[in-house]
Design a protein around this ligand. Structure first.
Ligand SMILES: O=C(O)CCC(=O)C(=O)O
Length: 250
């Protein structure tokens, strides 16, 4: 493993997140952002989308744009995910997350932690957001509370409010990716700019985790799976199906 990756892993262990800059070409990132916004606007895709006119999550993106696979199987993000979650961890979901001008801040939260009786001291998820447009302080760059992944809390305490100076925006150029520990308190910040911010959120989980807990997650369609390169197939075993009911344990 190269020194850059070791530094990123140390940063994620200590602070709960790390930033990898320029991991896909900026033009590719921007062209994905453009395509994703078309998909958000297409009424046919309504059932895969949650959110409102300010902020949306479009689930199941591995089925909609093959370029998502290049991000999901990127050797650097996969190496970091495997370091924390073990060699057999899976890519479970890829979502498009645009935030439009005027969007208020979304809620501060940890990921997939709500069903634990007690939050474990081993990582249960490594989440990522690929910056498909530049992420700036003004346009809603993801905010994180450094070191909060060590709190062992399922969510932020009530006095950690959305205007807290503890929330740090993570900015970067299109093509960069931020990774975080699922226990880190984080959120999409408000968009006070005139531009749309587009993120591609890709989540890695160990195989022991019951992914049913995330209500919107979509399976990988069988016809998507057969077209995937071997590394992608290795990264999403057991996730094939046409709809959630076919594959998620309840
Ligand atoms: O869109 C963002 O900046 C944050 C995404 C997020 O909160 C999440 O994926 O859990």
């Amino acid at each position: 493993m190269n020194d850059n990756l070791k530094t990123a892993i140390d940063h994620l262990s200590t602070y709960g997140y790390c930033l990898l800059e320029d991991r896909i070409p900026a033009e590719m990132a921007r062209s994905m952002a453009e395509r994703f916004l078309e998909l958000h606007a297409d009424p046919k895709n309504k059932s895969y989308i949650s959110g409102d006119e300010h902020y949306q999550t479009f689930f199941g993106m591995m089925n909609f744009d093959d370029r998502v696979w290049a991000c999901a199987s990127h050797p650097d993000t996969v190496a970091i995910a495997r370091h924390f979650l073990g060699p057999t961890c899976r890519v479970v979901e890829a979502c498009s997350k645009p935030t439009w001008p005027g969007a208020p801040p979304q809620g501060l939260h940890a990921d997939s932690a709500g069903n634990f009786a007690q939050v474990p001291d081993v990582p249960w998820m490594v989440n990522t957001i690929w910056m498909l447009t530049d992420f700036t302080v003004e346009n809603g760059a993801t905010g994180v509370v450094p070191m909060s992944h060590r709190s062992r809390m399922k969510g932020p305490p009530p006095d950690l409010t959305l205007d807290s100076p503890l929330i740090k925006p993570i900015t970067g150029r299109a093509g960069s990716v931020m990774l975080w520990h699922g226990g880190l308190f984080h959120m999409a910040r408000g968009n006070t700019s005139g531009q749309i911010r587009v993120g591609l959120n890709i989540a890695y989980y160990p195989r022991w985790f019951n992914n049913w807990v995330e209500g919107g997650h979509q399976p990988v369609w069988p016809e998507t799976y057969v077209r995937m390169p071997d590394e992608m197939k290795r990264l999403c075993p057991g996730l094939r199906g046409r709809n959630r009911a076919e594959m998620y344990e309840q």
